[in-house]
Design a protein around this ligand. Structure first.
Ligand SMILES: Cc1cc2nc3c(=O)[nH]c(=O)nc-3n(C[C@H](O)[C@H](O)[C@H](O)COP(=O)(O)OP(=O)(O)OC[C@H]3O[C@@H](n4cnc5c(N)ncnc54)[C@H](O)[C@@H]3O)c2cc1C
Length: 457
């Protein structure tokens, strides 16, 4: 079986790897000169700078599984969780997130009682939440409605919103609770109270542990390099943009750089808006539905300082800026604390995270603005040794209210096009493990469907 893959981000590369494992012939098409999509690691003055994602959740196994298969297991490092403190900016001050939180659901009482992040009214409401009963089939709600219903608006504003902004760069009024907080919806169905669900999850997880976030010693770019090295010479790599793809006599025809390319199957591993464009002739209905999945821009700015100039930084992993307190900056990670080996001992590395606000500005303006915000929040006056800006336009899929229903319809329409699989961050999870899992599933189902049926014994 010959399979074409549109897009060589982590999803397309993982799909190519799994297809080769299954013995398929693979043509991988990528429009950019570099493979890896938003996964990119650069090195400046001995610092390892993640321009896109910096780690993955250990609780979702697909990333660790491919890393193991590629022989990179000994390169996996965990976040320095013994020093894990994340701050939230409130009225100009950085207040630590209370310990024992599962997202916004508390699993420990004392830190919640003593935190200055929320007031007494919210704390009393949280105690009452413990006695909630499971609701009757509530339907999809926004993240704000869901979390606000359990813990009140202050918890949404100072915990839910900033934590989710760091993942989706999105608005809790618009994001779908079912798509984004699936685990908490299960808790609600089972226990009624998220606090009781978090306490039960904590009991269950006791003794399991290990760092929450993992990454690779040399950066996530080394995962891209390892997949490239593994598939090198086994996969036909075509540099160009898939302009259109349609079915012809039960097979797929793709137009790339004006020429036609034939395949038995097609994995579309690019963002939904690009998938929509290339499938517009095959299924206008599917294409217009894909086009309704919104994407947000993202931008990261890495700043390197002399460590000696940063002695006043608080300990911990960094801080989040809630929408209510926000100028432009969404979050800032103290990279040299979060992971070991990211910066030489005499340097400190900060990574700032933005949405669309400064995308159109020059690097110079972005850096100037970042320094102003950082200096104000951290009461910091140091001169950075270097700064690096990375822009990711339309990169963050937004699972807005109604996403589960849209997804069901997308699946239904996609099955009407035999040999087509959609994979990537638009559908069932935006994180690296989700993308890798979607690629593996696409490769598995495609090759299984093509395998000749086993003859009866
Ligand atoms: C700044 C940032 C930080 C993040 N942080 C984390 C994190 O810490 N942890 C985590 O788990 N996740 C994180 N994510 C999310 C995660 O990195 C992404 O969801 C994931 O990498 C997306 O991979 P992908 O291959 O599906 O898409 P992309 O990386 O977008 O790759 C798609 C590829 O398709 C190509 N393409 C598009 N159209 C065509 C076409 N018509 N023809 C040919 N090629 C085409 C593009 O050039 C691109 O290379 C982050 C994302 C961003 C942007």
């Amino acid at each position: 079986m010959r399979v074409a893959i549109a897009g060589a981000g982590i999803t397309g590369l993982a799909a190519a790897y799994y297809l080769r494992q299954a013995g398929a012939e693979v043509v991988l098409v990528e429009k950019e000169p570099r493979l890896g999509g938003v996964v990119r690691t650069s090195r400046v003055r001995g610092c390892i700078i993640e321009c896109g994602p910096d780690s993955f959740l250990a609780a979702k196994p697909a990333a660790l599984e491919i890393i193991r298969e590629l022989g990179l297991e000994s390169d996996v490092i965990g976040s320095n969780d013994h020093g894990r403190v994340t701050y939230i900016l409130k009225r100009g001050r950085l207040l630590p997130l209370p310990e024992g939180l599962m997202m916004v659901a508390p699993s420990r009482v004392r830190p919640m009682l003593s935190t200055r992040l929320i007031g007494w009214r919210t704390k009393i409401g949280m105690a009452a939440e413990y006695f909630r009963r499971p609701p009757r089939a509530p339907g999809d709600r926004s993240v704000s409605q869901f979390l606000g219903g359990h813990y009140g608006q202050e918890m949404v504003d100072y915990l839910g919103e900033p934590l989710l902004a760091g993942v989706y760069g999105g608005d809790p009024e618009k994001l779908s609770a079912t798509a984004v907080l699936g685990r908490f919806l299960e808790m609600e169905q089972r226990y009624g109270s998220l606090t009781r669900g978090a306490l039960a999850a904590r009991q269950k997880a006791r003794g399991a542990g290990g760092p929450l976030f993992r990454t690779l010693r040399q950066g996530l770019g080394s995962l891209i390099e390892a997949i490239e090295a593994r598939i090198l010479g086994q996969v036909q790599l075509v540099r160009g943009e898939v302009e259109t793809a349609h079915q012809h006599d039960g097979a797929w025809r793709l137009r790339v750089n004006g020429s036609w390319l034939d395949a038995d199957g097609l994995i579309v591993a690019c963002p939904a808006w690009a998938a929509s464009s290339l499938l517009r002739h095959s299924s206008p209905e599917l294409a217009s539905l894909l086009d309704t999945i919104p994407y947000h821009d993202a931008m990261t700015v890495a700043l390197g300082y002399r460590r000696a100039d940063c002695s006043h930084l608080p300990p911990g992993f960094g801080f989040l800026v809630p929408m209510r307190e926000r100028d432009r900056l969404l979050a800032c990670t103290f990279v040299h604390n979060k992971f070991s080996g990211r910066a030489p001992d005499d340097l400190a590395l900060l990574r700032c995270f933005y949405g669309a606000d400064l995308m159109a500005e020059s690097d110079e303006t972005v850096i100037r603005h970042t320094r102003e915000e950082i200096d104000r929040i951290l009461n910091h006056r140091a001169e950075p040794l270097f700064a690096e800006v990375s822009r990711w336009p339309r990169a963050m899929a937004q699972y807005t209210v109604g996403h589960p229903g849209r997804l069901a319809e997308i699946d239904r329409l996609a099955t009407q096009l035999p040999g087509l699989r959609l994979a990537g961050n638009a559908y069932r999870g935006i994180g690296l493990p989700d993308c890798i899992a979607s690629a593996r599933e696409a490769a598995r189902t495609l090759t299984a469907a093509a395998a000749p049926a086993t003859p009866p014994a």
